[in-house]
Design a protein around this ligand. Sequence first.
Ligand code: AMP
Ligand code: GLY
Length: 431
Amino acid sequence: MGRGQAMKVLVIGNGGREHAICWKLSQSPKLTKLYAAPGNAGIGEIAQNVDIAAKDRERLLQFCKKEAIDLVIVGPEAPLVDGIVDRFEKEGIKIFGPSQYAAQLEGSKVFSKQLMKQLSIPTGEFEVFDSPEKAMDYVAKKGVPIVVKVDGLAGGKGVVVATSKPKAMEAIHRDMVKKVFGKAGERVVIEECLQGEEASVIAITDGETVRLLASSQDHKRIFDGDHGPNTGGMGAYSPTPAVTEELDRQIVDEVFVPVVKNFKAQGHPFKGFLYAGIMVTPQGYRVLEFNVRLGDPETQAILPRLKNDLLEVLLAATEGRLSEIKLEWEDVYCVCVVIASHGYPEEYETGKKISGIASARENPGVHIFHAGTKMEDNQLVTAGGRVLNVSGCGHGIFEALSKTYHAIDQIFFEKMVYRKDIGQKAAKVLK
Ligand code: AMP
Ligand code: GLY
């Protein structure tokens, strides 16, 4: 398979992020066939869903061989941390994403914090513990607020920002004594609590060249005004005024370039998306965490602004020629609001009939991405906590917001919930 030829692509995952990736890929003239495993109802309208779970690596591998897939794109972190890229590359299959070694940047908070320390990347002060008693002694000495993080993957539930000592002790007990997250909680990172504005800064790299994506801001809490428990993300917008051009440059020079150089020097070049969750504090930015993939829902606010052919970008990055690519962005704001099932991120019901999508997507500049949806007896129904993502682009944050919320008004399912204040932080700054 040479350049410029027809391509068969498989996207792994089933969320709104993967729907946005599939939507963008499907515009590429290079694409001949798009598959998604396992996909969702919305993805099924533009790609062929394949009934194989993202974690079922060997069946995915067989599928790629049988269908002669030219490029595999991995959406979520778990298969990357499990080493899917090493396994597929060993079998000669082209796959975009970091190796198992490089994916430790997300798979182990201890690994990532130690790397940040080694490379003098600004991050909160921290200590690592493998004994609950020592962790508790440290909290007793340091006081609150303080942040307790399990080392390994915990589906977004492994971080507790504790505002009282009993809460911090309870988190340590949950992670290290009750072992709620199993091996992921054998070690914890206890970190200084930082105050400021959070933002997501994501780059793409082929192991050498780094290209920055447009900035964005996620909304992690379930309720308006940033109240209630953390979720996978209830909405996002791009760009965010929290990340100035100067800060973008600083993060490339002080974070992404040193990290990419380090992995190359270790003999494990980092190929993939590199996501820095940052806190902009009065003392400057601090890196809270790294992810080794695109953010969800940040992607649904970023990709609608991308002018490039995404397939060309990903292929160039996979083949080590990202230096040939310059990313270009539409000069618009894009807002993405997540519509969820009442009860999420805890217990929620599924199987609710969804209506109004056809008319909502008629709105110019609006995209409806599916997350937890499925078709049941020819009817679209809810099948997850985060159900739909409505993304609206406009000239200025206010137009983007009004388009997005207008489209949401046309959508209905029983017990749907969504935040009414997505993008309000930007709206306050930009008014
Ligand atoms: P992480 O998975 O490390 O990004 O943590 C999840 C969320 O916890 C972040 O998006 C922040 O909202 C919060 N958080 C993590 N680390 C800190 C910290 N050091 N100070 C304050 N909040 C934090
Ligand atoms: N939206 C945050 C994440 O994807 O990790």
